[in-house]
Design a protein around this ligand. Structure first.
Ligand code: ADP
Length: 497
């Protein structure tokens, strides 16, 4: 790298002096710029930053003091030295008050001036270093504060509650999720103690981490039911924070809300136990019939054998229905149901549902009526799913009807949807049951329904399908008079819900 040449400005109206100084300092390795009067001095001195400026105090146009003052305003860190005749010493002293570094009385020897200027240059270097340091410091501070705000942004973006404690058990950092979870007062300050802010369960976790971290255990985690009955369940983790030397300087704790997972877990277990129960009943019944028939207690009573065989067949059919419903639910949950969305005519699917269930209706003497708005639009739906929904609802309307009852289907266009109401004149239901109908395995139990076979899954499947099209299903019913299930399905498909 080319060596840096100190920049020297000489402002002097005396040619001999100017050129003399130029010669001396060029030999000394300076880069010398000369100006022959005050005006030129101001001009050249303001054009760039010099390390040292030598200014003659007495010049014909603008005096040295004025030049000093003006240049000082532009470049305050340049070292200004005044050259003065002996008679001008007073002014030179005044110049130092205006920020000149020093003054050199004329006449002087080359050694003297070299000595003085070098000294000024030394001071100038110190000034520059300080200036550089300060700039560096400012940059660092800026970086740190940017780093901090970046860190804060990241921490705040974490959906878990996250906070950091130091070895004095003070909270030094906490994201808003932490504040919300533990209902911290609005202004928690760094230095607030964990014992005042956190519940004992969390403190115990941090204590455990404090004990175990020195032995190399880096992560402590516990589950905690913060609010009973699966209202709030959290997973807490604490890990030590170490400095670059590896010493522990604090602990970071995260608290994740796992309520939803826990609920799903509980639902799954409940589902499995319900399924097991539902599967067991028909299997046990058929097994009982077989045992009875095998034990020959029936002797020659052929009629009894026949009845048991028929009952076994019915129970097995119910079992097959159940298994089919379960398969359908699991396919739906696994997302392996393949859909073909197309414009489907409601009239056509209602009619084919009637045909499918015609035999059942005839057996019970149930009258059927279907009415459609003129110019009913088609709906975007998978035909098989739509058909499954209608079959479930109409089949219920038959099952829970009375002998010689009736079913009326009415399809209308409403705002963006087609509504299809399926009304029966059957047994109806009580208000408290209406809420629960759509749950898996829910069956209303009373004298009227006891003998009617079913899985309790049909309506839950219907609801799931309807909602996946952003539609809905509602029920109105009067106990002893009948029920009306109303489907509302969007005309246009807008993506799976
Ligand atoms: P199921 O296989 O028992 O019919 P669903 O899920 O289809 O299962 O229906 C759940 C329960 O809702 C039924 O057990 C029945 O008690 C009641 N239910 C459904 N449809 C009707 C209806 N049209 N009238 C009266 N009760 C009904």
């Amino acid at each position: 790298m080319e060596e840096y040449r100190p920049q020297l400005l000489v402002v002097d109206d005396e040619l001999g002096m100017r050129e003399g100084i130029r010669r001396i300092f060029t030999l000394e390795g300076y880069d010398v710029t000369v100006a022959e009067n005050g005006t030129e001095g101001l001009e050249k001195g303001a054009a760039k930053e010099f390390d040292v400026a030598l200014i003659d105090l007495k010049m014909p146009d603008i005096d040295g003091l004025t030049v000093l003052r003006q240049l000082k305003e532009v470049y305050p860190d340049t070292e200004y030295m005044m050259i003065t005749a002996f008679a001008g010493i007073d002014t030179a002293v005044e110049a130092t008050r205006h920020g000149a570094y020093t003054y050199i009385p004329k006449p002087f020897t080359p050694d003297q001036i070299v000595f003085e200027v070098n000294r000024a240059l030394g001071k100038r270097r110190l000034t520059l270093e300080t200036r550089e340091l300060r700039a560096e410091q400012r940059r660092r501070l800026l970086e740190i504060s940017q780093e901090k705000s970046r860190l804060r942004t990241i921490i705040n973006a974490v959906s878990d509650a996250l906070f950091v404690t130091n070895l004095e058990d003070e909270i030094v950092l906490a994201n808003p999720q932490t504040r919300a979870l533990f209902e911290f007062p609005a202004s928690i300050a760094a230095g607030d103690r964990i014992s005042d802010l956190l519940p004992p369960e969390v403190i115990a976790l941090i204590r455990e981490a404090q004990e175990k971290a020195p032995h190399g255990i880096e992560l402590i985690s516990h589950e905690w039911e913060m609010k009973p009955n699966l209202e709030l369940f959290v997973n807490m983790k604490t890990a030590p924070v170490r400095d670059p030397a590896g010493d522990i300087i604090g602990f970071v704790t995260t608290i994740q809300d796992v309520t939803q997972l826990k609920r799903l877990d509980a639902q799954k277990s409940q589902f499995v136990s319900m399924v097991a129960h539902e599967l067991k009943a028909p299997v046990a019944a058929v097994s009982g019939y077989l045992e009875t028939m095998n034990s020959r207690v029936l002797g020659d009573d052929v009629g009894s054998y026949e009845r048991m065989i028929v009952r076994s067949g019915e129970r097995l059919q119910a079992l097959i229905d159940l298994v089919n419903d379960l398969l359908n639910i699991s396919r739906r949950e696994l997302g392996t149901v393949r859909r073909e969305i197309a414009a489907v005519r409601v009239e056509e699917v209602v009619e084919s549902t009637r045909e499918l269930l015609h035999g059942e209706m005839e057996k019970r003497g149930i009258a059927w009526k279907a009415e459609f708005d003129d110019a009913l639009p088609t709906i975007d739906i998978d035909r098989d799913e739509f058909s499954r929904v209608l079959t479930n609802l109409v089949s219920n309307a038959i099952k829970y009807n009375r002998e010689k009852g009736s079913i009326a289907v009415r399809a209308k266009r409403e705002d963006g949807v087609v509504s299809i109401a399926i009304r029966d004149r059957g047994i109806g239901m009580k208000p408290e049951d209406r809420e629960l109908l759509f749950r898996q395995f829910y069956r209303i139990k009373n004298d009227e329904t006891r003998a009617i076979p079913g899985t309790g899954l049909g309506l839950s499947i219907v609801k799931q399908i309807v909602e996946s099209y952003h539609g809905n299903i509602t029920v109105e019913s009067t106990w002893g008079e009948g029920s009306t299930f109303t489907l509302r399905l969007p005309i246009r498909f807008t993506g799976e819900g």
